[in-house]
Design a binder for this molecule. Structure first.
Ligand code: APR
Length: 233
């Protein structure tokens, strides 16, 4: 019999136990930085140097972090299930934990691209521990400014269609650590087929559409994943 398909939708809370700030909790990133200056298309057009520096800092922090127990338990489920992770996170902690099918909805911190032709892979560059800093003003291969491979606010989300397709095929759908404030990602819950069990792992209350079959595991990512593994046995 084919393994059941488990699809995860993860957000900043998934990486909180790795030491990466969430966005909207108190003390979160959007309390410390003006979101529209550092993470919107307009902000990028107005001050690309500021945006470049902001993402350099995010990258520097990423190299100080490790996947948490929650990331590892998600990866371990691949032993028994067909697992796809749809993440809003731009870190690479799911991959480092061993997850092999990860869809990044909001881009990837370790990639930079052409600002004229974001989705053209010829101009993508992959950064690493020894080469993570982008000097403001650096050009991409097509002569435009090199920009973070991040889906800024005000921009389309190219990976939303493949993500929705995965959710629509899920036998089990699990949401971890997202406040479900940002669309279109938050709307993915509506693609789960009727009757498919939906688990939500978050230490706080999260608003979900009325009438869905959602079991809230009120815990952090690692503890919540431990409980989910028990439930799925
Ligand atoms: N384990 C699980 N969840 C946690 C934990 C934890 N240890 N700590 C906090 N959380 C939960 C919070 O309760 C909250 O519901 O994580 C959620 C974080 O929500 P947000 O900060 O809004 O992050 P997210 O939903 O991922 O934001 C979506 O917004 O700014 C953009 O592009 C950015 O991808 C991001 C998007």
């Amino acid at each position: 019999m084919a393994a059941k398909k488990v699809v995860f939708l993860t957000g900043a809370g998934m990486s909180a136990e790795s030491g990466i700030s969430t966005f909207r909790d108190s003390g979160g990133l959007w309390e410390q930085y003006p979101v529209m200056q550092v993470a919107s298309h307009t902000g990028w057009m107005e001050d690309p140097d500021l945006v470049t520096s902001f993402y350099n800092e995010r990258r520097r922090q990423l190299f100080d972090t490790q996947p948490c127990g929650g990331h590892r338990l998600v990866a371990e489920l691949e032993k028994d299930y067909n697992v796809t992770v749809v993440t809003q996170n731009v870190d690479d902690l799911h991959e480092r934990a061993g997850s092999s099918h990860v869809i990044h909805l909001h881009g990837e911190l370790l990639k930079v691209c052409s600002s004229r032709d974001v989705e053209n892979p010829n101009y993508w560059q992959v950064l690493d521990r020894d080469n993570w800093e982008v000097k403001p003003g650096t050009k991409a291969g097509d002569g435009s400014l090199l920009r973070p491979y991040i889906v800024f606010f005000e921009e389309a989300v190219p990976m939303i269609a493949p993500a929705a397709e995965q959710v629509s095929k899920a036998d089990i759908f699990v949401i971890i650590g997202t406040s479900l404030n940002v669309y279109p990602a938050a709307g993915l819950i509506n693609y789960a087929q009727p009757g498919v069990p939906i688990y939500l792992i978050d230490p706080k209350e999260v608003k979900v559409p009325y009438g869905l079959n959602v079991t809230h595991i009120m815990a952090g990512a690692t503890e919540g994943m431990k409980r989910l593994v028990e439930i799925l046995k």
